[in-house]
Every structure is written in structure tokens, then in C-alpha cells.
Design a protein around this ligand. Structure first.
Ligand SMILES: [Zn+2]
Length: 86
């Protein structure tokens, strides 16, 4: 799979499963996906993001040549955009 497909499908701040919008519930301190209904704690969300980041890095490692640099820059942008929203 092309690396950029992995992150376009699942944005850094969206649901790790489907990329849907996550709503935070202050009372239960959990995030609920508006698309697939999955519920995440803050820790589960952080763990899921690490897994996706790892998946992307592996996909990039399989690329060769100039594209690989390009993908890596896009990946960093993706990753940092998620950090900012937190
Ligand atoms: Zn979802």
C-alpha cells in the first residue's frame, strides 16, 4: 500500500479505525467516534496513533528513490499536525 493512503484514510486527530470525527466526553474522559461508534481513552488513542505512525514508517521504508523523501516529509507534517491539536 502507498504510504500516503494510510494517513489520508486516518487523520492524526480522527478515529484511528476509520478517520471519523472524535468527540470528547468530559464526564467519562473518553473519545467517541461519530462514524463507527468506537470509544477510546486518551491512552488508547495515543497507542493507536503510535501504531499508525509505525505502519506509515514501514510503508515509507519500502519505497525507493526521491518519492521516499517526499513521503517522509508528508508523514512528518501529518504527525505534527496531530500533536498541535492535542
Ligand atoms: Zn471510527
Amino acid at each position: 500500500m502507498r504510504p500516503q493512503r494510510v494517513w489520508r484514510r486516518r487523520g492524526p486527530s480522527g478515529c484511528p479505525e476509520c478517520g471519523g470525527l472524535l468527540l470528547y466526553d468530559r464526564d467519562t474522559k473518553t473519545y467517541t467516534c461519530q462514524s463507527c461508534g468506537r470509544v477510546y481513552t486518551r491512552e488508547e488513542l495515543a497507542e493507536a496513533r503510535r501504531r499508525i505512525a509505525e505502519e506509515i514508517k514501514q510503508a515509507i521504508a519500502q519505497e525507493t528513490g526521491e518519492e521516499r523523501e517526499q513521503y517522509y516529509r508528508e508523514y512528518l507534517k501529518w504527525y505534527l499536525s496531530g500533536e498541535k491539536e492535542r
